[in-house]
Design a binder for this molecule. Structure first.
Ligand SMILES: Cc1ncc(COP(=O)(O)O)c(C=O)c1O
Length: 414
């Protein structure tokens, strides 16, 4: 896996290529110097780099749609007064995170300590880790990051973890910013609402080495509930107990600075449930799991945000009727629930590690060998873990390349 440092080092090393005059570069019979592709990327030379020269399978971001998604979310937060702390698990990209912060993000949320280290080490502040550290590795890294970056914070949902991090904080004379994670209908993480959550908040607040920041309540089940009205009902139901918990903690004398949760599916609902900020992630790119949940004005299509990310793939064999083989296979995250952009009559099938299939019923709608097809993936955070780069496209022209990092649990910046 390429780390950000390696990526940057490679870029610097490849600076040597910049000295090669353009006329010395070998061009292929088709005009593009394919053998220099990586050197071109490293020195950010995107001349003549269109989608059709990219190595496939690869991830392509439609710049215009991506920008539109950011603007829609920014307008929403302005109109409701709620903040966003976007979740980077969706994209794992420092470049995307920086753009989200420029569009009103008050910080970032991360699913792993590796993502948090990546963002913080890139100089991005107010990073929140939304999962508690339960191993020595995780605890030591959370404490170390808190010392290095006092704006970093993380959640816990268990008094046992409280004891572990307190011991680590005492040993390192650290001061930690900590939130209590409570259950919001997902049965995945989060202490029981009511007194157990209040007691944990009090424990944190009474520690000399911790500051109680607030409550996290991620209603992940509500996020993908189909139809806007049902989602609204589910959200209110799942957030009722966390809301009561926040009130109980306040009554017990503790300020609750942060009440975080929310999702792309409930971004225009969450302000009704008392949250102070949203951990929205998928809105930047979108995936097929979200397309089908329905929006405010359409029960079957959720089109508040556009599909700005596709996997570009090549038809590399067509030896059988009504189907072609593509190079988007299991190793690239293909799923039968993926959708082909602009060609709804095609069904996506898995086949093997480097092979996927596109099948159709209508004989008139054939695909040719070498055709390029763009596919929307099903679950963004899973799919982006298979790739190490986004190509950013303005129309057909590639204008940037952003590394995807922090995908493994180890430290990403070394
Ligand atoms: C804890 C947490 N918060 C926020 C999100 C972001 O949700 P979405 O991508 O639906 O906006 C996720 C996504 O899985 C999550 O796990």
């Amino acid at each position: 896996m390429t780390s950000r440092r390696q990526f940057l080092a490679a870029s610097a090393a490849a600076g040597a290529f910049a000295a090669i005059p353009a006329r010395a570069a070998k061009t292929s019979p088709t005009g593009f110097p394919y053998t220099e592709f990586e050197a071109r990327i490293a020195r950010r030379d995107f001349r003549d780099m269109t989608k059709d020269v990219l190595p496939t399978p690869c991830m392509v971001v439609d710049e215009a749609l991506f920008q539109r998604n950011l603007k829609i979310m920014a307008d929403q937060i302005k109109s409701t007064g709620i903040s966003i702390r976007p979740h980077v698990k969706i994209h794992k990209s420092v470049d995307v995170a920086k753009i989200q912060l420029a569009h009103g993000g008050i910080g970032l949320t991360c699913a792993t300590i590796a993502e948090a280290e990546l963002m913080s080490n890139a100089g991005l502040k107010n990073v929140m880790w939304t999962k508690q550290p339960a191993s020595k590795n995780g605890i030591e890294r959370a404490v170390a990051l808190s010392i290095k970056d006092p704006t970093f914070m993380f959640v816990i949902d268990d008094p046992i973890v409280f004891d572990w991090i307190e011991q680590a904080a005492i040993a390192d004379s650290a001061h930690l910013k900590v939130l209590v994670s409570v259950d919001a209908g997902l049965s995945r993480q989060g202490i029981e609402n009511g007194q157990p959550a209040v007691d944990l908040a009090q424990k944190i607040a009474s520690s000399k080495h911790m500051q109680f920041e607030g409550i996290m309540a991620y209603a992940g089940a509500a996020a993908h509930t189909k139809t806007f009205e049902k989602r609204r009902v589910e959200s209110a139901k799942d957030m009722a107990a966390p809301r009561e918990t926040v009130e109980l903690i306040k009554k017990s004398g503790l300020p609750v600075n942060i009440f975080t949760g929310g999702s792309t599916g409930t971004y225009n609902i969450d302000h009704e449930n008392g949250l102070t900020e949203l951990e929205v992630g998928s809105y930047v790119f979108m995936d097929t799991r979200y397309f089908v949940i329905g929006g405010k004005s359409d029960d079957t299509n959720y089109n508040d945000f556009a599909g700005a990310l596709t996997v570009l793939t090549t038809v590399d064999s067509r030896r059988h009727p009504s189907q072609v083989t593509i190079d988007y296979g299991n190793k690239a995250g293909v799923r039968p629930t993926d959708k082909v952009k602009g060609m709804p009559w095609l069904d996506v099938s898995t086949q093997g590690a480097e092979y996927g299939l596109l099948k159709w019923k209508d004989g008139d709608r054939d695909l040719k060998l070498g055709d390029r097809v763009e596919i929307y993936c099903t679950v963004l955070d899973d799919s982006t873990s298979y790739y190490d780069r986004y190509y950013v496209a303005r129309g057909d022209q590639i204008v940037d390349a952003w590394p995807i990092m922090g995908r493994a649990p180890g430290a990403a910046w070394r």
